[in-house]
Write a protein that binds this ligand. Structure first.
Ligand code: UD1
Length: 346
């Protein structure tokens, strides 16, 4: 059985769906602070498969240990964590506590039960500010905010853990900018309150929830002056987890992998593609740069291809098509859904 922490979240639900699709048996654990039971309902409905669900916080070590006692877990895909940069600046202690202590608890229990296979969700944010693009996994690591620092610290902890015991098998996945939604229109990103990230904000402007987009700076040294990022379709990202998982189940080691497409798009290019796909005008104004933003960030994803046989298949057009379908079908995210099904917690 595979344990997925944070399995009800945006990345978690797509990864869980893919795992079930590929025949893995699953235990999902989530504290539902930033995710919804409705995503789990839909997962059951769509896959028609059984899996176990625990409403448990990783900070609750004894509850977490119980999960390991009750299930024959062979590997963990660890996605649970807080993920907003801005929030992390306001609440650093919560970020360090949730992300770092949660991971320590998990690793300690894994060690206790002799389970040493782990996929960890990191972020391209660990590449900081001064790297040459496209960035490779051995680039200099640095970060400017508590969220990024929590990821970087965990990467170091996992490095030390592996050094202490070479039987561990750990894949660190550094995500670039996950966007889009499942092509069924049933799963997608459902931010609480005002979205911080570009794609959900653009979707909400297109549907009329928000009046206009603020473009953070048009004086970067990029082809049109706006920030360039490596957007990656959430389904491609989910598939990357499955490839990483099957790799760590076969061999020991510790490796970091970039999960990106290798191609960067500017903010204006994203707006233009979304307009094309939705048939809506996306009003925007140019405002000052956002603190902590860099001009461009895109991956060299060749290591993931060479070692895991994974590469992103979907381009910006499909990302926008799926994000738009999700937005139209679910204007309030997972809230106010008509589903009457009851979830039974394990
Ligand atoms: C952000 C986080 C990063 C995190 C990632 C998760 C910051 C500084 N970085 O990355 O740590 O791992 O999300 O997906 O928050 N933009 C606008 N207007 C908006 C929103 C964004 O112009 O309303 C621009 C940004 O300046 C940037 C691009 O769109 O150039 C992408 O921004 P965003 O989606 O927030 O992602 P990142 O900043 O790359």
């Amino acid at each position: 059985m595979i344990l997925v922490t944070g399995g009800a979240g945006y990345i978690g639900i797509h990864t869980s769906l893919q795992l079930l699709h590929e025949g893995y048996e699953l235990v999902i654990v989530d504290n539902f602070t930033n995710s919804s039971l409705e995503s789990i309902n839909r997962l059951k409905k769509i896959t028609k498969k059984q899996f176990k669900l625990y409403h448990v916080d990783l900070l609750d070590k004894s509850a977490l240990e119980m999960i390991f006692r009750e299930n024959k877990i062979s590997a963990v895909v660890h996605l649970a964590g807080l993920k907003s940069v801005g929030e992390s600046v306001r609440f650093p202690l919560e970020y360090y506590s949730n992300n770092i202590i949660g991971t320590l608890n998990l690793c300690e229990i894994m060690k206790k039960f002799g389970i040493k296979s782990l996929v960890f969700s990191s972020s391209a944010t660990v590449y900081g500010e001064n790297n040459k693009m496209p960035v490779t996994e051995n680039a200099h690591l640095s970060t400017t905010n508590p969220y990024g620092r929590s990821k970087l610290i965990i990467e170091s902890i996992l490095g030390d853990l592996y050094k202490s015991d070479k039987e561990w098998s750990i894949a660190i996945l550094r995500y670039f900018n996950p966007v889009g939604a499942h092509s069924s229109g049933q799963f997608g990103e459902a931010p609480n309150g005002t979205p911080n990230n570009l794609m959900p904000f653009v979707s909400q402007v297109a549907i009329g929830i928000r009046e206009e987009l603020k473009v953070f700076g048009d004086n970067y040294t990029t082809r049109d002056g706006t920030g360039v990022r490596d957007y990656i379709h959430i389904e491609d990202l989910a598939k990357g987890h499955i490839k990483a998982l099957s790799n760590i189940l076969e061999s020991s080691g510790l490796e970091a992998y970039n999960l990106g497409t290798g191609k960067g798009y500017s903010v204006l290019e994203v707006i233009k593609t979304f307009e094309e796909v939705s048939g809506k005008i996306i009003p925007y104004t140019i405002v000052d740069r956002r603190d902590g933003d860099i001009a461009e960030c895109y991956a060299d994803p060749s290591k993931a291809y060479d070692k895991l046989g994974w590469k992103a298949e979907k381009g910006l057009f499909e990302m926008c098509v799926d994000a738009w379908r999700w937005q139209k079908n679910n204007p309030n995210g997972y809230k106010n859904s008509n589903s009457k099904e009851e979830i039974i917690f394990t």
